[in-house]
Design a protein around this ligand. Structure first.
Ligand code: PEP
Length: 249
């Protein structure tokens, strides 16, 4: 049985006061033991969130990191800095990082290697743009994103990897992939892992879906056999909505 995971990507939202309020609201909810829950505040709210969530099952992850361990990278954050504030999980490859900040499959490969070397867990995001789906290139594109950034890894590294399939056309748009489209792609992703590694390894990898998951559609999306949970943007900014999604399994 694979882990079921729901992770909230807060993006560039929540000041210190807003973080305090959201975390208080989250902590009022009973957290299920059979679902792993993460929140990913901005860098400036990581320490605050770690301290506040101490003793709670909710884990704190970061939204990004630099591949370098230190040095002349103004404005960047390293894995050791994250680990120094007790953050051991990082999102890499989010479509906004790819489209707005020039991250490529090659630069993500470096980040993946660096995060793994530091012993971090990775939530690795990928997914096609609308035109790629319309042109029926989405499977090839996803295959390329996975193989260029991840398929050089040894088997054992996969225990530190969570995948998040996020079709770009569904992120923040209110448009979701249908449960069938999500399941179809997740099954394809598992097949690719099996082809490069083993069936046993493919069976263990957690694959999240992300893209306008809301309380009213989460249950249907999560019902797919290969859909192990969600990476949630907008709806993770409201504790009731986020917890309704966590409880949608
Ligand atoms: C995301 O940013 O990863 C995301 C899935 O956003 P939303 O849920 O708002 O579409």
């Amino acid at each position: 049985m694979r882990n079921q995971i729901v992770a909230g990507n807060w993006k560039m939202n929540n000041t210190t006061a807003e973080t305090e309020l959201l975390l208080n609201n989250l902590l009022e909810h009973q957290i299920r033991e059979d679902v792993k829950v993460y929140v990913t505040p901005a860098f400036t709210q990581l320490s605050q969130s770690v301290a506040k969530l101490e003793g709670s099952p909710i884990q704190v992850a970061a939204q990004n990191m630099n591949a370098a361990s230190s040095g002349a990278h103004t404005g960047e954050i390293s894995s050791s800095m994250l680990k120094g504030v007790e953050v051991n999980t990082v999102i890499l490859g989010h479509s906004e990082r790819r489209s707005l900040y020039g991250e490529t499959n090659e630069s993500l490969k470096e980040k993946v290697d660096s995060a793994l070397k530091a012993g971090m867990e990775i939530i690795f995001c990928f997914g096609e743009e609308l035109n790629e789906r319309k042109e029926n290139k989405h499977f090839d594109l996803v295959k390329e994103q996975l193989s260029s950034a991840l398929f050089h890894l040894p088997n054992e590294a996969w225990s530190q990897i969570i995948l998040a399939y996020e079709p770009v056309w569904a992120i923040g748009t209110g448009e979701t992939a249908s449960p069938e489209q999500a399941q179809e792609m997740h099954a394809f992703i598992r097949e690719q892992i099996q082809a490069h590694y083993t069936a046993a390894l493919a069976e263990k990898v957690v694959i999240l879906y992300g893209g306008s998951v809301k309380p009213n559609n989460a249950q249907e999306i999560f019902s797919g056999e290969d859909v192990d949970g969600g990476l949630i943007g907008g709806a993770s900014l409201n504790a009731d909505d986020f917890m309704a999604i966590v409880n949608a399994f």
